[in-house]
Design a binder for this molecule. Structure first.
Ligand code: NCD
Length: 322
C-alpha cells in the first residue's frame, strides 16, 4: 500500500506508524531494540519513565478492542503521558459528526498523538493526512489492512525465543482474507528476511494472489504445519464476512483447528501465537492455547513494550527535529 513515506520525517525518523509495509529493516529493528529496554520497566516497582511527560495521547477507537486499547493506554501511562480514551461509535459519529470534524475538535484540545482503530481500511492513513504537523498518528488496526504494532509485538516475541530470523519457517493459519494482523505480519517477516512464510487455510479464507507478497499457500493444514518453527493462529473474523464462507465452525475446527495432535507435525520447539481474542474449540484447542508451546500471554505483555517504543520514538523524533 502506498503511503509508507508519510510515516517518516525528512531525516528518516518515525513520524506516524501506519503500516509495516514499506518500512525497512533498520526501522523495524530499531523499534524491537527500543522495546527491549522498555520491557524491563514493567518489572520495576515504579513502572514509569518521564519520556512523554506533558504530552496528550488520545485513544480514538471506532471499533471494539480490549488488549490493543488497554496496552496502548498502559504504555502511554508508563511513559508519563496524559491519556484520553474515546470510543467514538458511542459518541459524536452517532450524532452525525464527520471524522474530519471529530479530529478538528480533538486537535483544538491540543492533543499530540492519536491512536486510531477503525473498521475501514485506510482510515489511519486518511487521518494522518489531515492532522497538523505537530500531531502523530498510530494505527491500532484499520479494517483488513494493517495492524503494525501487533506485527511488531509478534516479531519481538519471536525474537525473544528464536533470534535468527533467517532460519525460520513461519505459518500463518486461518482467516487470512479478513486479517490485518496477517498482512502486517507478512510484511514484517519479509523485511526481517524470514526463510519461509506460509499461509494456511481454506481457499475461501485465503485472498487470491497473496503469493505476490512472497508467501506459500497451503490449503492442507497438515502439510502447512510440517516442520514450522512458529505458528501464528488467526481468529475467524465473522464480523467481517459478508457471506457464509464456511460450512460450520465444527467443520472448520476439524480441518484447520490447532490440536495437540497436529502440533506434533511442526518443529519440536515450535512457538504457538495468536493475536487474541481466541476462539477456543474453533481455531485452537484449549490444551494448545494453554499449553507449554503457547506464547499468547507473552504477546500481550510484549504489546506494552512495543507500544512504548513506538510512541517514544515518534515523540523523540519530533523533539530532535524541533
Ligand atoms: C486483532 C485485531 O483486532 O485485528 N486483535 C488484536 O488486536 N489483539 C485480531 C482479531 O481481532 O482477531
Amino acid at each position: 500500500m502506498a503511503g509508507a513515506n508519510i510515516q517518516l520525517d525528512g531525516e528518516g525518523r518515525l513520524r506516524h506508524f501506519l503500516t509495516t509495509d514499506g518500512l525497512d529493516r533498520r526501522i523495524l529493528t530499531e523499534i524491537l531494540d527500543h522495546a527491549e529496554s522498555f520491557a524491563v520497566v514493567g518489572d520495576r516497582p515504579v513502572k514509569k519513565v518521564p519520556l512523554l511527560r506533558g504530552k496528550t495521547i488520545v485513544n480514538l477507537f471506532f471499533e471494539a478492542s480490549t488488549r490493543t486499547r488497554t496496552t496502548f493506554e498502559i504504555a502511554a501511562k508508563r511513559l508519563s503521558a496524559d491519556v484520553q480514551n474515546l470510543s467514538v461509535n458511542l459518541s459524536s459519529t452517532t450524532k452525525g459528526e464527520t471524522l474530519r470534524d471529530t479530529l478538528r475538535t480533538l486537535e483544538a484540545m491540543h492533543c499530540d498523538m492519536f491512536i486510531i482503530r477503525h473498521a475501514s481500511s485506510g482510515a489511519a492513513h486518511f487521518i494522518a493526512r489531515q492532522v497538523s504537523p505537530h500531531v502523530s498518528v498510530i494505527n491500532g488496526g484499520d479494517g483488513r489492512n494493517a495492524h503494525p504494532t501487533q506485527a511488531l509485538l509478534d516479531m519481538f516475541t519471536i525474537r525473544q525465543h528464536k533470534p535468527d530470523f533467517a532460519s525460520l519457517k513461519v505459518a500463518i493459519v486461518g482467516d487470512v482474507t479478513h486479517s490485518r494482523v496477517a498482512r502486517s505480519d507478512i510484511h514484517a517477516l519479509k523485511t526481517l528476511a524470514v526463510q519461509e512464510i506460509r499461509v494456511v487455510g481454506p481457499r475461501t479464507l485465503i485472498p487470491a494472489g497473496i503469493e505476490t507478497l512472497g508467501v506459500q499457500v497451503f490449503n492442507n493444514m497438515e502439510a502447512g504445519l510440517k516442520d514450522v518453527d512458529v505458528v501464528i493462529m488467526l481468529r475467524l473474523q465473522r464480523e467481517r464476512m459478508r457471506s457464509a464462507l464456511l460450512p460450520s465452525e465444527q467443520e472448520y475446527f476439524r480441518c484447520y483447528g490447532l490440536t495437540e495432535e497436529r502440533l506434533k507435525l511442526a518443529g519440536e520447539e515450535v512457538m504457538v501465537m495468536h493475536p487474541g481474542p481466541i476462539n477456543r474449540g474453533i481455531e485452537i484447542d484449549s490444551r494448545v492455547a494453554d499449553g507449554e508451546r503457547s506464547v499468547i500471554l507473552q504477546q500481550v505483555s510484549n504489546g506494552i513494550a512495543i507500544r512504548m517504543a513506538v510512541m517514544a520514538m515518534i515523540a523523540g523524533g519530533k523533539r530532535g527535529a524541533a
